[in-house]
Design a protein around this ligand. Structure first.
Ligand SMILES: [Zn+2]
Length: 269
């Protein structure tokens, strides 16, 4: 079987890291509402690839997260006057129901951000200890300048990104391309204790942590919508490879957008 690998920009013969086994991670939805057709597409596409591997006799470990800590969830919770958990649990249930309706096989594991906080804090601490992250006024940033491979997935380079960066409003960052690993609590938001004060994680770190915890430091396939290539997957690579010191994923697969009446449905998260 040949797969188009976004990382190498080539169709490559699939060779598993371990004979007979495949470790596959697919970025899942942010559960602030019902899933939409743009979420349904990766569900169906990567389920089809998984089923083909299983048909060929592979044992596939298939992990797909639910992002249950997010601005949109908090906003909806505040507008309904309930806790964030009420919103996220409601739409996780609906997403699972819709996946079943699409005849998508259940994942081996659906980790949630709220249940991985200790591991998220641990990886951020590792990145700080290894000199890849820094604390600035209660926020922890990934230091993109410390990771020479930054941009290898999306084909962007730091100089171009810097030239294209808008005037930086966040003066706590060393560089405009640095991104948030942990942010301090704001009033009315859920928060967790951390060595850097009460707060919550940035979006990208969860996938690095969940992939490591449930699949290992190096996985066969990492997948998601093409809108996730930059910055989300680029940042996942930086976090995982800086923390673990080994390549993160061998094959990076991305589905295209659904085009309906020439309008791109491009929101995957
Ligand atoms: Zn992800």
């Amino acid at each position: 079987m040949k797969l188009y690998n976004t990382l190498t920009r080539k169709k490559e013969e699939f060779v598993p890291l371990n004979a007979g086994k495949i470790k596959m991670y697919v970025c899942g939805p942010t559960v602030y509402d019902y899933i939409h057709i743009g979420n349904a597409r990766p569900y169906v596409i990567f389920d089809t690839i998984r089923r083909y591997f299983e048909y060929k006799g592979y044992d596939v470990d298939y992990v797909q997260n639910f992002t249950d800590v997010d601005d949109k969830i908090i906003k909806k919770a505040n507008s309904e006057g309930v806790e964030s958990k009420v919103i996220s649990e409601r739409y996780i249930k609906e997403a699972l129901k819709d996946a079943e309706g699409l005849n998508v096989k259940p994942a081996t594991k659906n980790p949630k951000v709220t249940e991985e906080m200790d591991h998220i804090i641990e990886m951020i601490q590792t990145l700080i200890d290894k000199g890849h992250a820094y604390v600035s006024d209660g926020t922890v940033f990934f230091d993109t300048g410390s990771f020479p491979d930054y941009g290898k997935l999306s084909g962007k380079n730091i100089d171009e990104l810097l030239a294209g960066a808008r005037i930086e409003v966040d003066s706590n960052k060393k560089s405009p391309t640095d991104f948030v690993l942990w942010k301090p609590k704001k009033p009315g938001e859920p928060a967790w204790q951390s060595p850097w004060g009460e707060g919550r994680p940035g979006w990208h770190i969860e996938c690095s942590v969940m992939a490591k915890r449930y699949l290992g430091d190096t996985i066969d396939i990492h997948a998601g919508g093409e809108d996730l290539i930059f910055p989300h997957h680029e940042n996942e690579i930086a976090q995982s490879e800086a923390a673990n010191g080994v390549p993160f994923a061998k094959y990076w697969l991305h589905n295209g957008f659904i085009n309906i009446d020439n309008i791109n449905e491009q929101i995957q998260g």
